[in-house]
Design a protein around this ligand. Structure first.
Ligand code: S6P
Ligand code: ZN
Length: 183
């Protein structure tokens, strides 16, 4: 497949030479409960690949002042009329910020602040997105091809998935008359 390649790890710091890129993948079964149409979800093959994340984590998790880098490959598709999306999270250290930028394909970055206000930004190759501290973030693939984006976040950010798993986002990105709408 022709998806965008992870950057070559090129360091003069000997402590970093030879470190591996961590790869994780999420199937539909890992996304149970996040889509509005539970029946449509159950009809889909649960082992279908939803997204993959390749990360370079040069510091120990929790190190203050360090940075992490990752690329997410989010496959196209819909569950009912809702676009395929990442689980989404706040950071465990809630005030930690993050950059996202678009690499290939297109999608929407769905954001929610601590008062549960939701908004979205169009992500496309070359677009840059700043996610301030305290803002939950989730990506949706609104196209018909692979959507890849890069991220850079602090090594002491951590992930709080529980809050989103329990309460979700207060708006969803649905296809209405062929175009994405936040509902
Ligand atoms: C990490 C960063 C991304 C996501 C990835 C998958 O802070 O935001 O690397 O981990 O896009 O999304 P999620 O919500 O399943 O972690
Ligand atoms: Zn994050």
């Amino acid at each position: 497949n022709n998806k965008i390649v992870f950057p070559e790890l090129f360091f003069t710091d000997k402590n970093l030479v030879g470190r591996d890129v961590l790869k994780i993948s999420r199937n539909l079964s890992d996304l149970k409960g996040i889509f509005a149409d539970a029946e449509a979800f159950e009809r889909m093959p649960q082992n279908q690949l939803a997204y993959e994340v390749s990360s370079f984590l040069p510091e120990k998790e929790g190190t203050p002042g360090g940075l992490y880098f990752g690329i997410t490959y989010l496959y196209p598709g819909k569950v009912g009329n809702e676009y395929m999306m990442t689980k989404g999270h706040y950071h465990a250290n809630v005030d930690r910020a993050e950059f996202y930028w678009g690499l290939e394909g297109e999608g929407m970055l769905i954001l929610m602040d601590g008062q549960r206000n939701v908004w979205a930004e169009h992500v496309f190759p070359g677009s840059l997105h700043y996610i301030p501290g305290g803002v939950a973030h989730r990506m949706a693939n609104t196209g018909s091809s692979l959507f890849s984006f890069a991220a850079c976040w602090p090594s002491d950010a951590g992930h709080n998935y529980a809050e989103i798993a329990e309460n979700g986002f207060s708006a969803r990105l649905m296809e209405v008359n062929g175009v994405p709408h936040l509902i």
